[in-house]
Design a binder for this molecule. Structure first.
Ligand SMILES: Cc1cc2nc3c(=O)[nH]c(=O)nc-3n(C[C@H](O)[C@H](O)[C@H](O)COP(=O)(O)O)c2cc1C
Length: 186
C-alpha cells in the first residue's frame, strides 16, 4: 500500500527568504521516516494570483486553471506541515490567499506549524493562523516547531538545526501520525 502524503508548504515567497532553508532542513529530517511520503509545496512556485474565483470555494466550482491545479495538488495531501514566518505579528498574505482558494480539500485533515521569526519564534503568526485553519476544518496539532532568531541559524543559505528544534520536529511528526490515523479512522 502506498504511504499517505505529507505536504510541506512554504509560506514565504520573497527573494532571499529563510523559509526555503528551514523547510529543506525539516524535510531532510523527516523524508525517510516510515509513515509519510513527503512533498514540498512552494507557494513561490505555485504562484497563485489573488483569489479571483467568482464562486465560494466550498462549492468546488472553480473557473480558473490555476485554482483547478491548486485543488488537485492539495487534494492529494493527507496531512500538512506549514513552514511560516511572522510578518508584522501575523502570517503571510500568500499563505492566506492559498488557503482561501480552496475549502473541502483541506477539511478533516491534520496540519502542524513550523513558525520562525525574531524573539517570538513566529508564535504570533501561528496564533493568528489558528482560527483560519479552524474555519477550513483543518485539525491543528498541539505540537509545533518554533524557531526564534531564525537568521542566526542560517549559514551559507542552509539552516543549521539544534537539539530543541530536532526534538520539536520529532514531536510534530509523531502527532501528525496520530492525528492522521485518528482522522482516517485507522
Ligand atoms: C514584511 C516583514 C515583516 C516582519 N515582521 C516580523 C514580525 O512581526 N515579527 C518577527 O519576529 N519578525 C518579523 N520579520 C522578520 C522575519 O521574521 C525574518 O525576516 C524572516 O527571515 C522572514 O521569513 P522569510 O525570510 O522566510 O521571508 C518581518 C520580516 C518582513 C520581511
Amino acid at each position: 500500500m502506498s504511504k499517505p502524503l505529507l505536504q510541506v508548504i512554504i509560506a514565504s515567497v520573497r527573494q532571499g527568504r529563510v523559509g526555503k532553508p528551514v523547510a529543506d532542513y525539516i524535510v531532510g529530517a523527516i523524508e525517510n521516516r516510515e509513515k509519510f511520503a513527503v512533498e514540498v509545496i512552494d507557494l513561490a512556485e505555485v504562484n497563485l494570483p489573488l483569489m479571483d474565483e467568482p464562486n465560494h470555494p466550498r462549492l468546488g466550482r472553480y473557473t480558473h486553471d490555476h485554482t483547478k491545479a491548486w485543488s488537485a495538488t492539495i487534494s492529494r495531501g493527507d496531512a500538512y506541515l506549514i513552514v511560516l514566518p511572522e510578518y508584522n505579528f501575523s502570517f503571510t498574505g500568500p499563505l492566506k490567499n492559498a488557503l482561501d482558494h480552496l475549502s473541502k480539500e483541506w477539511a478533516g485533515k491534520p496540519v502542524a506549524l513550523a513558525s520562525y521569526g525574531g524573539i517570538s519564534g513566529g508564535l504570533r503568526a501561528a496564533t493568528a493562523l489558528s482560527p483560519v485553519l479552524g474555519a477550513l476544518g483543518l485539525v491543528t496539532a498541539r505540537a509545533a516547531i518554533a524557531i526564534p532568531w531564525v537568521r542566526t541559524h542560517v549559514e551559507h543559505e542552509a539552516f543549521v538545526g539544534y537539539e530543541a528544534i530536532d526534538a520539536s520536529i520529532d514531536a510534530v511528526y509523531a502527532e501528525l501520525v496520530r492525528l492522521h490515523d485518528l482522522l482516517a479512522g485507522h
